[in-house]
Design a protein. Sequence first.
Length: 398
Amino acid sequence: MTRTKTSPAVAQLQSDGLARIGLPPENRRQAVVKSLWIGIWLFYFSAPVTDLVSGGHSTLAVVFASLGLAVFVGWYLTLVFRTVRQFEQRRVLISLAVMSSMAALLCLCMGREWLVLFVYVSVSAGAALPGRLSRWAVPGATALLALTATAVEQGGDYLAGLLVPAFLGGFAMVGIRQMIATTVELREARATVAQLAANEERLRMARDLHDLLGHSLSLITLKSELAGRMLPEHPDRAAQQIADIEQVSRQALTDVREAVSGYRRPTLPGELAGARTALTAAGVAADLPAAEPEEELPEETESALAYALREAVTNVVRHSGATRCTVRLTVRQTLAGPVLELTVTDDGKGGSGVPGNGLTGLTERLEGVDGTLTAGPVSPTGNRGFRLTARVPLGSPS
């Protein structure tokens, strides 16, 4: 069978450690996690096993029941653990029908302790079938459980304790499968939005550069042609054209520099997103604000705060050896007026608190917008944790 290509959203879901229901694990970690998760629920097979050991059945009955239970468990694990694709729905339905028949036969032959097998039939239906089929298969398995219990001696005593697990367990698997599918769709949609935003930004840059350079380059070309024609007979007029070319080119260079400077200006939303990506890639647990502050900041002030966040996160990733980094954006009221405070704290190896070139540059940048910067270890001994705090006024810098 040809292996289908994993989408980026599904790959991200796998990297988060989520083993997808109805699909095989892609690596050893997912296999271990999924095996442990499935193995926990095999505990309920203890009732049939106990009945085999101490139920007083004949040797022949024990042999055939043991073989039937082994086949049933193997079929169950295959449905829940291994791959189930859309074009295999018929095979899944046949498997569930065989499992239901085996469960009914074992219950009728061995007794009420075997009614628990129908719970596994219901869970298998919820895990292996798509929603439109599992909505009917789970109630069907539960109804078959009730019907079989009425035909088994004293089956009604076990029925009350098995109906709810069978019904809710099956639909719980349906819900988990739908939740994972929705998560994949949301991440694919988010990736699409990000790609569209990047494309739109490239188009905007192309339009701006065309508007900035199109007229200037056309004028330079025209004046260059004029200067070439005037040079032999009218050198003074050609010199004037060349001077105009120099002036136009200098103005075009200034416009381009201003435009590029605007594109490169860091923003808090962009730096928060970059911080999350950098910390995650470095294996550091990131605790970042859920949203940016509602207060509008002047461009210079926001840039200074964004540079502070970038420098702090870079130091955490490169030097701290931390396992967790917390970023907070808080509005505080001071005697000088309201300020926006950025705090970046990690649980790394701390430091001396002596500012290096990066912190010195940040201090100067923040002072330019009437802001302040403090940085130092969290613990008094200086050997655990580091905190950087940047404050900027909520208003135009003086």
